[in-house]
Design a binder for this molecule. Structure first.
Ligand code: URA
Length: 232
């Protein structure tokens, strides 16, 4: 068990790595900043959106545009401030023109997200929209079917209460979706009040292997058997 201070230091080291990341050449060439995530590094509640937009790219912070204002308002309605939670995205760099993240970019970036989940140790992890929901559930089922339904999931080494929500950007211009998002948000305090999910057994360290025994020379096989073995 690492202390919160140790986990915070480790998270900073991951940020240092991410800040210089060039795994996606197009994103590295077009971004202004890497938007790693922000908030409480020991938060019980973590949000994962899709990718930074233009405002986030300029400021280096997630969810600071219109969708971010809505996220802050919904958090306020349940008595939370963005400083108390961790807010992040599937991609840490802005896709040019706000295009959808490409599958190879999601794959290249996902380790940063797994490390954040591992080090922040949230109890409730809310995915915002389809990209984060599909990635974290490792399943193509969409947000329309899943929103508002919490489930315990093991993600990397941690069990969390995964709680998919509509993306605030989608709710900005659709009043009925906003009401659904608000109603789903209203259940977050209850989820946070539930006991933390049981954690999976840690994977034991692999014990050092004994030196291999010397293999005795085998007598040459008869011709037919040698040909059979050669097939494999
Ligand atoms: N949309 C997202 O998914 N993430 C942000 O940071 C901003 C808008």
């Amino acid at each position: 068990m690492q202390s919160a201070a140790d986990r915070r230091e480790a998270l900073k080291a991951v940020y240092e790595q991410a800040r210089r990341c060039e795994k996606c050449p197009q994103l590295a060439a077009t971004r202004t900043t890497v938007v790693f995530g922000s908030g409480n590094a020991d938060a019980d509640l973590m949000f994962v959106g899709e990718a930074p937009g233009a405002n986030e790219d300029k400021q280096g912070l997630p969810f600071v545009g219109q969708a971010g204002k809505l996220l802050e308002r919904l958090l306020g309605e349940i008595g939370l401030d963005r400083k108390e939670v961790w807010i992040s995205n599937v991609l840490k760099c802005r896709p040019p023109g706000n295009r959808d993240p490409h599958p190879n970019e999601i794959e290249a970036c996902q380790d940063y997200l797994w490390r954040q989940i591992e080090l922040i140790e949230p109890r409730v992890l809310s995915t915002l929209g389809n990209f984060s929901t599909k990635l974290l559930r490792a399943d193509p089922t969409g947000i329309t079917r899943l929103h508002g339904q919490a489930e315990v999931r093991v993600i990397g080494p941690r069990a969390v209460r995964l709680y998919p929500l509509y993306h605030p950007a989608a709710a900005l211009y659709t009043p009925s979706m906003l009401e659904t998002l608000r109603a789903d948000f209203a259940r977050i305090p209850d989820l946070l009040a539930q006991p933390a999910p049981d954690q999976p057994e840690p994977v034991p360290e692999v014990a050092p292997q004994p030196e291999p025994m010397p293999v005795p020379e085998l007598a040459p096989k008869p011709e037919t058997e040698r040909e059979q073995l050669g097939l494999f």
